[in-house]
Design a protein around this ligand. Structure first.
Ligand code: UDP
Length: 241
């Protein structure tokens, strides 16, 4: 850990804050205990969630960096915060699915738990006021949200990250059902940004199918705080720390 002095608050989202540092190329991403779902309609504080998600995301980003995936992660600066590359974020979310669950089950009638014949990548517009609608490439180009070269790069990275994280979570005894990624650029270079945590992935225990992710909060399944601790324990063990 280095001594990074946090300066002005640049941005506050539902689960994270971004602070400036002395270096304009770098910012600090701080994870909060706030949990929200259904466009912020459901909101609770979950003690220890910020700590667990920061630690989980830090270990997963460090693992991906080692495997030559360009992520925004530099290093942890304290329990809840990490130093990251200051990115210009794409307003497109990339969802990768291996097993049907959540919105694809509702929309297409795929039974929850059905293994997909191949991974599916979907794009969503990051716009709360429109409830993050699904997009295709034509929407993205017409709306000026990105270009073909950047989209190809982000989609290729998403599929590669899916392979790497599927392997990593297997070592945690967890099935990576689906997850959401966000990308951004600095000086024309694409980086994986945001977070990877039980808030952005569906993770099911390989033996019992127990849900070890944010669906515990969304669906009132109980044991939410314990779930974050358990995922952190397994991620630490698999990372050998
Ligand atoms: N996801 C996310 N943020 C969003 C929407 C989805 O992190 O704004 C994640 C979600 O946790 C899941 C995956 O993306 O792991 C697919 O989510 P889905 O489209 O099924 O939406 P949901 O029904 O979970 O809202």
């Amino acid at each position: 850990m280095t001594d990074v002095s946090k300066k002005d608050l640049l941005y506050e989202g539902k689960a994270k804050r971004i602070y400036a540092t002395d270096d304009p190329q770098l910012v600090v991403q701080e994870f909060k205990d706030d949990a929200t779902a259904f466009d912020g309609e459901k909101h609770e504080l979950i003690s220890g969630k910020g700590y667990c998600n920061a630690q989980i995301a830090g270990l997963l980003f460090a693992h991906l960096n080692e495997l030559k995936i360009p992520t925004h992660f530099k290093e942890m600066v304290n329990d809840n915060s990490m130093l990251i590359v200051h990115l210009d974020m794409l307003r497109v979310e990339f969802v990768v699915r291996n097993v049907a669950a959540g919105s694809i089950s509702k929309r297409l009638g795929f039974p929850e738990g059905k293994k997909l014949a191949q991974p599916i990548v979907e794009y969503y517009y990051k716009e709360d006021a429109l409830h993050d609608p699904m997009l295709n490439r034509n929407h993205i180009y017409v709306m000026g949200l990105s270009d073909a070269k950047t989209m190809d790069e982000c989609e290729g990275l998403s599929l590669k990250i899916n392979e790497l994280l599927t392997d990593f979570f297997k070592r945690c005894g967890l099935r990576l059902v689906d997850f959401k990624l966000e990308f951004g650029t600095q000086e024309g270079k694409v980086y994986l940004g945001d977070e990877i945590s039980p808030d952005t992935c569906r993770l099911w225990d390989m033996e019992t199918d127990e849900k070890l992710d944010k669906d515990r909060f969304r669906r009132d399944l109980g044991g939410v705080a314990e779930m974050y601790q358990e995922v952190l324990r397994r991620v630490r063990e698999a990372a050998g720390v």
